[in-house]
Every structure is written in C-alpha cells, then in structure tokens.
Design a protein around this ligand. Structure first.
Ligand code: ADP
Length: 505
C-alpha cells in the first residue's frame, strides 16, 4: 500500500470515528449511560455510608447497655475496693474480647484499677470528657466514633445509689446518686468496616449487572430516539434521488415532526417552482413558435403559387413575414429583459432622476400612437419629484403601462397619468377609460404570457410579458404595483416607489 493510501485510509477512519462520536445517537447513548452510572454510584456511596452510620449507632447502643450492666455489677460487688473479684474480672475480660477492644476501670480518684491491656494499672487518667462524665453522673455517658482511626470510645460512669431517709433505694433520683468511678472503653470498628467491604463487593457485583442493563437500555433507547431521524434521512434521499415527489410521512416525535413539516413545505414550494418553470418553458416555446408557424404558412403559400403569383402579393406576404420576424424579435428581447431581472444580483443603476421629466419624455414618445386613435393623453403632476431610481427600468415600467392604457382603449378614449409624492414614496397612476379587465383576470395580469384576450393582444403586438417586466422592475426598487379595473369602464395602475434607495440594497 502506498504512503498516500495509508494516509487517506487513516484520515477516512478518523472522520468516520468523528462522525460516530458527533452523532445524536452517540450523544443520547452517552447521556443515558452517564445518568444511569451516576445514579448507581451515588446510590452505592449513600447505602454504604448509611450502613456504617446505622452499624455504629447499633454498636454504641449495645456497648452502652453492656457497660451499664457492668457498672451496676461493679458497685454491687464493690469491685472498686476489691479488684480481685473474679466474677467482675471475668465479665470485664469477656466484654473486652467480645468487643475486640480495651476496657479500663477507674475510681473516683481517676486512678486506673483495671486495664484489660494491663499497661495503665495504678496510673491516673485525666481528660475533659472523663471529668465531665464524672460530674454529670448518670447523664454523663459519653460516646464518640473516630472514623479515621476506626474505633468507638466510650465512658460510662459507675454510680452508686444512696438510700433515702425512708430507707428506699433512690432510683431515678440524681440527687441521691454518687459517682464512684467510670468504665472507659475503646472498641475497634474493624468488624463494621469488614462488613462494609463485603457489602461493597456484593453491591459492586449487582452494580456491574445494573450497568450492563443500563448499557443495553441506553443503546436501545438511543436507537429508538434516532429512528425517526434515520427514516427522515432515508425519505429525503428517496426524494433527492428522484424516486418520489410525495410528501414525507409525518413522524410522531415532535422535533422530527417539525423537520418533516418544514421539509414538506419546502418540497411543495419546489414543486410550485418546478411547475411554473415547466409552464414558463412551454409558454416560451409556444410563443416563439407562433410567429415561426405564421412565417412558414406565408412562405408555403407563396411557394405553392409558383412563378405566376403577382409581385404585389409577394410584397404583401414578405411584409407579413417581416412583421412576424419583428414580433419574434420583441418576444426574445422581452424574455431577455425578464431573465436579466430574474438574476440573483440584477444589474441596477440608481441615480437621482427628475420623475416629472421622465414621465414627460415617455408620454412624448407615445403621443403619436395615441393621436392616431384619437386618444387623449394628459399628464397631471401634483408636485415635482426627484427620486433615486434606475432611470431605464422605471422609464420602461411607465412606457409599458401607458402603452397598455392606449392599446386596450377605445378610439377617442382618454389616458391620464398622475404623479404625486409624500415624504417617503412617489406614486404614478395611469388611468384609462378603456376596455377594462374582467374581474377573474385582474389577479393574473402580472403573470408571464398572461393575456386576457390572446388574439387581440397578438394583433396589437403584445407579448404578454410587459406587466411581468414592469412588476419585476418595481420590486427591484422595493416598490409596489397595483391594478384596479372594471370591465367596460376602465383600468387604473398604481406604481409606488420609495424616493430613496433602502440602505440594504
Ligand atoms: P401584452 O403584451 O399582452 O400587453 P401585458 O403583460 O402588458 O401583455 O398585459 C397583460 C394583459 O393584461 C394584456 O394582454 C391585457 O389583456 C391586460 N391589460 C394590461 N393593461 C391593460 C389595460 N390598461 N386595460 C385593459 N387590459 C389591460
């Protein structure tokens, strides 16, 4: 294998790994697994700590009972005076062994009279806890758990109850008790610790099992959560490959549903665009073919007449062919104008233009045609306006609209052009009292190749693109173009354009 192959193989493996690691499935899996693991470990720590606390509590309570009984026996057998008392010595040794600890008995002079380790006998022990215990009497039992060193220390006072004056034993009466000494115990918590280790080990086995189950659940759950997205990808790929154009089935998962709804909306928009593109292409072909068909018919008729045809007929036919060529030329020119305007960044040249002057120039050009049909063309300027526009394009808009107002007018009719402005926009109204547009057609007149009366439009040299071009040009200026019309009464087109180019243009 070549060095380059090894490199590209390595990098593709790396990117595959990156893909897997960055996938939603991996994220879900890790999140679910970590949550499960964290719960498991927290539970482990809490259970073990709780066990230790409870075990120590039980141990302390046990020790308290044992040493209280011992303390009663110590006074009963007067052990503090007679340390040879075998019954008590045996019990002390027994308790020391049982608790795996050290027991010390001291008298009220704080002198050690018995030590199960036999190292402190005769010595004096002084500590705050001991002094407090002796002072407090039966309430002075002291117990402390030293977690770090693993033992429980306890001090239990040895109390002798005094007889009351009546001769009864003063039970529960603190005033009648005398503290004779104390039992000091230091007991190892090693057995508790060992049980904890055992418990911890057992728990670890169960935890390993639980973690395995969590792994399984995390894998299954992440796969289930991702499934709708995998299906969406597969469905989108089907659409992309062109196997289907149908909308994608909407899944139940809310997030997936949002994606699919958005995609379906995009799909239907694309379908609309595709349909309108196809319609446009078929319209273009049809429109381009019409003059060619006419020319072919004219040429064929000339040919069929042979050489005997009179020269005037030739001239007539050739003139007709010339007209068809002009029409073809106009359609192509209009189409090119539209295509240029449709471009993502159309060429547009804004400059300050005197709108009054622009309209006057346009009207001057159209006036002779209007005069031919005795149509009165008037211009009313309510105020003089200067605006930042593309002069050529707006001039074409006004030309198209005024030409239409003349074209679709009756002989002897009238066309009025009114210019007005406010502080933001200027408006040009083109009002005619011509044939008007039927109500059902009004909304369609800006569509490409849309003509209310096809034959009439063609007859008078229309391409069906004039209003589409006008609308595109107006939109390029962020303006609006509206139409109001009544059949047989007349039509008014209103163009509204901002005086100043918007900042983001
Ligand atoms: P055309 O080249 O056919 O004039 P346009 O796009 O300029 O194409 O206009 C589209 C159609 O709208 C025309 O065919 C005509 O039927 C209708 N129309 C446009 N302007 C007027 C008007 N001022 N009065 C009546 N009908 C109009």
């Amino acid at each position: 294998m070549k060095q380059d192959d090894i490199k590209s193989d390595g990098s593709s493996k790396l990117s595959k790994f990156n893909d897997i690691f960055r996938s939603l499935k991996a994220h879900f899996f890790i999140a679910i697994f970590l949550t499960g693991l964290a719960c498991c470990l927290t539970m482990h720590v809490l259970i073990i700590n709780d066990y230790e606390e409870r075990a120590v509590k039980v141990k302390i309570s046990e020790m308290q009972t044992q040493f209280k009984i011992l303390s009663n026996r110590v006074t009963k057998f007067d052990y503090l005076q007679n340390t040879d008392e075998s019954v008590i010595n045996a019990q002390i040794d027994y308790l020391s062994n049982l608790n795996n600890g050290r027991l010390i008995v001291i008298n009220d002079d704080l002198k050690v009279i018995k030590d199960t380790y036999k190292i402190s006998v005769g010595k004096t022990i002084v500590s705050n806890e001991l002094v407090n215990c002796l002072r407090a009497g039966s309430r002075g039992t002291y117990a402390k758990f030293d977690k770090k060193n693993g033992y429980i220390s306890m001090i239990v006072p040895i109390i002798e109850s005094q007889l009351s004056e009546e001769g009864d034993v003063a039970v529960n009466s603190e005033k009648n008790e005398v503290v004779r000494g104390a039992i000091l115990a230091s007991v190892s918590t090693k057995p508790i610790h060992e049980s904890m280790i055992l418990l911890s080990r057992k728990a670890a086995v169960y935890e390993a099992l639980i973690i395995l189950i969590i792994l399984g659940i995390a894998a299954a759950l992440s796969r289930k959560l991702i499934k709708p997205f995998d299906k969406i990808t597969a469905d989108i790929n089907e659409v992309k490959a062109g196997y289907t154009e149908d909308s994608i089935e909407i899944p139940k998962l809310t997030e997936a549903k949002h994606i699919v709804v958005a995609f379906n909306a995009l799909l239907s928009r694309m379908k609309v665009l595709d349909d309108s593109r196809q319609e446009f292409v078929s319209n273009v072909s049809h429109e381009l073919r019409t003059p060619i068909t006419s020319m072919k018919v004219l040429a064929d008729s000339l040919l069929s007449m042979g050489e005997g045809a009179p020269p005037e007929l030739y001239r007539d036919f050739m003139e007709d062919i010339g007209k068809e060529v002009d029409r073809e030329d106009k359609i192509i020119k209009d189409l090119l104008t539209l295509v240029r305007m449709d471009k993502k960044s159309p060429e547009i040249e804004f400059k300050h233009v005197d709108i009054e002057e622009l309209i006057e120039t346009v009207l001057k050009r159209i006036k002779p045609i209007a005069m031919q049909r005795d149509i009165e063309l008037t211009f009313i300027s309510k105020r003089s306006v200067t605006a930042e526009i593309d002069e050529l394009k707006i001039s074409q808009v006004i030309t198209n609209l005024v030409e239409n107002a003349v074209k679709y007018n009756n002989d002897g009719g009238s066309v009025k052009v009114v210019l007005d402005a406010d502080h933001q926009y200027f408006t040009v109204k083109i009002i005619d009292n011509g044939v008007g547009i039927p109500e059902e057609d009004v909304d369609h007149v800006f569509e490409r190749f849309y003509r209310v009366d096809k034959s009439r439009s063609r007859e008078i040299g229309g391409t069906g693109l004039g209003l589409a071009i006008a609308k595109s040009a107006v939109l390029m200026h962020r303006g609006t173009i509206d139409v109001e019309s009544k059949l047989g009464v007349g039509t008014t087109f209103t163009v509204k354009i901002p005086l100043i180019v918007a900042a983001d243009k």
